[in-house]
Design a binder for this molecule. Structure first.
Ligand code: ADE
Length: 423
């Protein structure tokens, strides 16, 4: 089915000039993606594909979509989070790139799913998710469309966890490439991207001084590692909470205090959840928090902070005190929640910087190419990004940064391939 950008739902097309300018700014910091785009324009490896992208609608995503189009794909986009859309970018995608775009910052749950449906109505042959919502929607409401889909890709940890659970249950009905699990994705985007952009969101929303504050980071995966290390870099005292002994140990060895949330709740000035799980901050923690505690989430879904309970505890005593900051009063104590407990880095700031999304989206573009080349043999399971793609992205990134590295000598190569040499 062919589409046109007259099919769209965006906030305001008059914002397109600003969006266009900002997309170009991001592009200047995405050299790996640019080189892929130039090759794609010549080789057209995605010809015939209709790609439904359910991603955060940002300047960086716009450059990914331009790359997929250059590769010959027909591209459709909707938001992967109700608060993360950059409305100027959405406008420019429609006006300048002719991409059917369905995304409005602040859309409610009904519109959010209507936008996913608008993409599915156009019968995609590939899905590109950030959080698995398109895959979930197809599996639960449109099983008849599954056979039209060659494969999907998944951008984020939370989505990959869900997809692996679907695979384990035999419920996954088409192949998925776990882009998140590529080293050039999670070791950089999750750590350095989330680390910087999460604090950016907290600071933009509150203008808080991090130096000297006690920052509690819940979760010490790659995202938590990034947030904890960047908060420490700002001069904060960082306390990590974990449920995984290995990660807790790692946090201790990295020099952080590790405590149960029950204890940390009474000590923290700022709380940031990055666990991927639900109810990480709940009633007993709100009870213990100090007056003026700031609470934010940088995990994919808005379930890490039990806001329903907090609202109940505050008995209607809640008010917006700044854009993106809501104050809940609990028996005279104030708890400040940023961005409704949604992804703080994308809701209150601009998400990860382009230089790091360069690698994440290079993985997306090359994974789409790999799907097109291998579609006939793929099974209904979760695939890793091939190591050769990962290595090539690392090589290209270093090259664009002007950094050279050593190469193995012939003797070293032989040594690594041998087992006879010892003491
Ligand atoms: N996820 C985190 N940061 C992002 C960005 N800038 N663009 C798209 N997805 C993101």
């Amino acid at each position: 089915m062919s589409t046109s950008a007259t099919d769209h739902d965006v906030a305001d097309l008059d914002l397109a000039d600003l969006g266009h300018q900002r997309i170009a700014w991001a592009d200047a910091n995405m050299p790996v993606l640019t080189s892929i785009r130039e090759r794609f324009a010549k080789e057209r490896p995605l010809s015939g594909a209709v790609i439904a992208a359910c991603l955060h609608v940002t300047t960086e995503t716009a450059n990914l979509l331009r790359t997929l189009k250059a590769g010959g794909a027909e591209v459709l986009i909707c938001a992967s989070n109700p608060l993360s859309t950059q409305d100027d970018v959405a406008a420019s995608l429609v006006r300048d790139e002719n991409i059917p775009t369905f995304a409005v910052k602040g859309e409610n749950a009904e519109l959010y799913y209507a936008h996913i449906d608008a993409l599915l109505d156009r019968h995609p042959t590939m899905t590109m998710d950030d959080g698995c919502d398109t895959v979930s929607r197809i599996h639960s409401t449109r099983p008849d469309q599954v056979s039209e889909i060659l494969a999907g890709t998944e951008e984020t940890t939370t989505g990959v966890i869900r997809l692996r659970a679907m695979e384990a249950e035999g419920a996954l009905k088409y192949p998925i490439v776990a882009v998140n699990d590529a080293d050039t994705k999670h070791m950089f985007d999750n750590r350095y991207g989330t680390g910087q952009s999460t604090l950016d969101g907290v600071i933009r929303a509150t203008n808080v001084l991090l130096a000297g504050k006690r920052v509690v980071v819940a979760g010490y995966g790659y995202c938590g590692k990034g947030v904890a290390s960047r908060a420490r870099g700002h001069g904060a005292q960082v306390i990590v909470t974990e449920i995984n002994p290995l990660r807790a140990l790692e946090a201790v060895m990295d020099g952080f205090r590790v405590e149960p949330m029950e204890v940390a709740a009474a000590e923290g000035d700022i709380f940031i959840t990055v666990t991927g799980n639900r109810d990480v901050l709940r009633a007993e923690h709100f009870e213990r928090m100090q007056d003026g505690a700031i609470v934010a989430n940088s995990g994919h879904f808005d379930i890490e902070i039990d806001l329903i309970k907090l609202a109940e505890m505050s008995e209607g005593q809640r008010r917006h005190v700044r854009p993106m900051v809501e104050e809940f009063s609990v028996r005279g104590k104030h708890i400040l929640v940023i961005a409704e407990g949604r992804l703080v880095n994308l809701s209150a700031a601009e998400g990860h910087p382009a230089a790091v999304m360069d690698m994440s989206f290079a993985n997306q573009a090359l994974a789409a190419e790999w799907v097109m080349a291998n579609a006939a043999t793929l099974e209904k399971r979760v695939y890793d990004v091939p190591r050769t793609i990962d290595a090539e992205i690392a090589r290209l990134k270093l090259e664009t940064m002007g950094i050279d590295i050593d190469r193995l000598t012939a003797a070293q190569e032989e040594y690594l391939g041998s087992w006879q040499t010892g003491t």
